[in-house]
Design a protein around this ligand. Structure first.
Ligand SMILES: [Mg+2]
Length: 100
């Protein structure tokens, strides 16, 4: 990483880390993509659900005329959830590769 330009802000990375912690606390580690026993179809279905929620927020804004502040707040939250699920899945892959 040294010498590379940092494109990601600490705030965004912290929001994703907090979302991962919240997901583990809410659902239990075994029910998150972090857990090695979770199947690939289950991980994908969770990710696609979150992507669908991003689409829902976009539709609500453009079809229902929700105000811009509400839109960005909810869109950000859903994008953080997409990132959190993706990173949990990535961490599980890395852990599996490291143990094999
Ligand atoms: Mg969501």
């Amino acid at each position: 990483m040294s010498g590379e330009k940092a494109y990601l802000s600490v705030d965004v990375l912290a929001a994703v880390a907090a979302e991962v912690a919240a997901a583990v606390a809410k659902h239990g580690l075994v029910n998150t993509p972090l857990h090695p026993s979770m199947s690939t179809p289950s991980r994908l279905s969770i990710l696609v659900e979150e992507v669908g929620e991003v689409a829902h927020e976009i539709n609500e804004h453009y079809l229902s005329g929700r105000d811009r502040n509400h839109y960005y707040t909810h869109l950000e939250a859903e994008l953080v959830q997409v990132a959190a699920v993706s990173i949990m899945w990535l961490e599980a892959i890395r852990a599996k590769k490291a143990s094999s």
